[in-house]
Write a protein that binds this ligand. Structure first.
Ligand code: ASP
Ligand code: MG
Length: 418
């Protein structure tokens, strides 16, 4: 049994759906669980719908209509027969969204987010399952909300592993078809409300299915040829990482490499399930392999680039030390506000930390600490992490730049730069 995961970019339009179907066809003959994200930028578009809904803006109807007509257009291109049940299915699912935005907001943003945004994955999978049937590929559509059980931490739901494993095994055992199509990113709480696992969480979903079913392998189909050693957006020449270990992949994802969702690797490592990252544009090329082999981890230096950082320094107003109690108060605040720390450093009287810039959250933080701490900022900074660096790489990187913060271990060098 294999798990194939198709991200939003791979199913962003009619051609994308056809291409994904071809890849699935080429792998058939084997049991497959196909995990799919929302099409293209649907999740972002739904976030726009939610904002308008919460602000009671009339734009909300146009925004939802745009998502709807995009999906119907794709269906019109894929299905010549307008009696195909997919049209009615899509219509019915959109009605759920329409009901939600017609009602007054209920004052629970996270809850509303998950009920609305999770619909994107329902559309994409309904379209794919119908298209596979149309071209003669038997498959079963499964609602991930019936088998992925979470708590009710909306927008970042935590998996109930024991229950999820039981449900996945039990449900999938009753399905006769070899190919199962299901959604990434969504699950449901024990009260049967939709929950989401956090943005880009579909990779993690693929790992949940693979781990629960002891899959032979997972393939994540991307618009790049595998895991690259740097983001081509920022670095002129990049190299594909042919084979890295689970541990190295976890480190890279932790530091912010955006190729796979950070939570994806651990469940696969626990079950020793190999993970391939391959290009949906060139499906026959080898891609990258992440498995237990660490012998090649150090061969190629990797660069992880995070723009738009804000460096915040706290110093005690009374010039006493920033001790454990003070630090625990500060960290409690970060967690309450939802700020996640990208790098931190402390000295006797000050404590410095970098976050992704988020104006509202930073302002909330400043207000909360202003009576106890003096707070100094540096906006517009860049955080660069280099795994397996050389002195030459660092010298080249730092040429003409100001270093605001620097940390090195044997394998990793990190700089906050302007
Ligand atoms: N559709 C969701 C998102 O865009 C989940 C995913 O793509 O992994 O964040
Ligand atoms: Mg995606």
């Amino acid at each position: 049994m294999k798990v194939l995961k198709f991200g939003g970019a791979s199913v962003k339009d009619t051609e994308g759906v056809k291409n994904a179907a071809n890849i699935i066809k080429s792998q058939s003959g084997e049991k497959l669980v196909v995990v799919v994200s929302a099409m293209g930028k649907t999740t972002n578009a739904f976030e726009g719908v939610l904002e308008s809904h919460l602000n009671r803006s009339d734009e909300v109807f146009n925004q939802l209509e745009a998502i709807k007509s995009f999906h119907f257009e794709v269906c019109n291109e894929l299905f010549e027969n307008k009696q195909n049940p997919i049209f009615q299915e899509l219509h019915n699912t959109f009605v759920e969204a329409e009901w939600q935005i017609e009602d007054e907001p209920i004052g629970n943003r996270g809850f509303e987010y998950d009920q609305l945004i999770g619909l994107g994955e329902l559309f994409s999978t309904k379209i794919l399952t119908a298209y596979l049937k149309l071209i003669g590929i038997e498959n079963a559509w499964v609602d991930a909300r019936d088998i992925v059980r979470t708590d009710n931490t909306y927008q970042a739901a935590k998996i109930d592993w024991e229950e999820t494993e039981r449900l996945i095994q039990q449900k999938l055992a009753t399905i006769a078809q070899d190919i199962i199509v299901t959604q990434g990113f969504i699950g449901s709480s024990s009260e049967n409300f939709t929950t989401t696992l956090g943005r880009e969480g579909s990779d993690f979903s693929a790992a949940i299915f693979a781990s629960s079913l002891n899959a032979k392998e997972v393939v994540i189909w991307k618009d790049v040829e595998g895991m690259l050693n740097a983001d081509p957006k920022y670095y002129g020449s990049t190299v594909k990482l042919e084979n890295i270990s689970y541990k190295e992949a976890i480190e890279l994802a932790y530091y912010g490499a955006s190729v796979i969702h950070p939570k994806t690797v651990k469940p696969l490592e626990n079950k020793k399930i190999p993970l391939y990252v391959k290009s949906f544009k060139n499906p026959s090329t080898s891609g990258s392999l992440i498995d237990g082999n660490s012998s090649k981890d150090c061969d190629i230096p990797s660069y992880i680039h995070k723009e738009n950082q804000i460096l915040v320094s706290f110093s005690s107003k009374e010039f006493d030390f920033i001790d454990e109690l003070r630090l625990s108060e500060i960290f409690q605040l970060f967690s309450d506000i939802g700020l996640s720390v990208n790098i931190l450093q402390n000295s006797a009287i000050s404590f410095t930390v970098a976050f992704d810039f988020d104006k509202a959250k930073i302002e909330e933080l400043r207000k909360a600490v202003s009576d106890k701490f003096r707070v100094v900022y540096n906006e517009g900074a860049t955080l660069i992490t280099i795994r397996h660096f050389t002195e030459q790489i660092i010298a080249d990187l730092l040429k003409g730049r100001t270093v605001l913060l620097e940390q090195r271990t044997r394998s990793t060098a990190r700089f906050v730069l302007t």
